[in-house]
Design a protein around this ligand. Structure first.
Ligand code: IDP
Ligand code: MG
Length: 139
């Protein structure tokens, strides 16, 4: 048994399109539990922390602008292997090739923007999850 926690974000495109419930539904239907949830407007300082690994990449500034373009929903989900499991539910980064059946594959497509708009974020490792949960849910 390895009960884990992961950070999930519904990005501004997902909130704008009314897909918060759909994302939560997929997480819950898969069998994971929602442990915490909040709606917020992320500011630059918070996003700089969250996306620190991407600072300097060509899509970094468009990514930050996009993530500040409207409210987002942050949640912590838990379950055995939930980090890997949610990445699988989300699908690969590029929604054009994300597999049908995944959140990104079913609900997103290329919009021709500088940053890929792909509905959700999910932590990619236990280290990332611990770091990201602290950012969005400080004790
Ligand atoms: P992930 O969200 O699948 O983990 P990351 O590589 O961590 O993907 O990138 C963070 C976010 O930055 C992506 O979800 C996407 O919105 C955006 N992004 C990543 N790579 C590119 C790119 O090559 N062009 C444009 N946007 C990108
Ligand atoms: Mg990532």
């Amino acid at each position: 048994m390895s009960i884990e926690k992961t950070l999930i974000l519904v990005k501004p495109d997902g909130v704008r399109r009314g897909l918060v419930g759909e994302v939560i539904s997929r997480v819950e239907t898969k069998g994971y539990s929602i442990e915490a949830l909040r709606l917020l407007n992320a500011d630059r300082a918070l996003l700089e922390q969250h996306y620190a690994e991407h600072i300097g990449k060509p899509f970094y500034e468009p990514l930050v602008e996009f993530m500040m373009s409207g409210p987002i929903v942050a949640m912590v989900a838990s379950g055995n292997r939930v980090i890997e499991g949610f990445r699988s539910l989300a699908g690969v980064t590029d929604p054009t090739v994300a597999a049908p059946g995944t959140i990104r594959g079913d609900l997103a497509r290329d919009q021709g923007t500088k940053v890929v708009q792909n509905i959700v974020h999910g932590s990619d490792s236990p280290e990332s999850a611990a770091r990201e949960i602290q950012i969005f849910f400080p004790k």
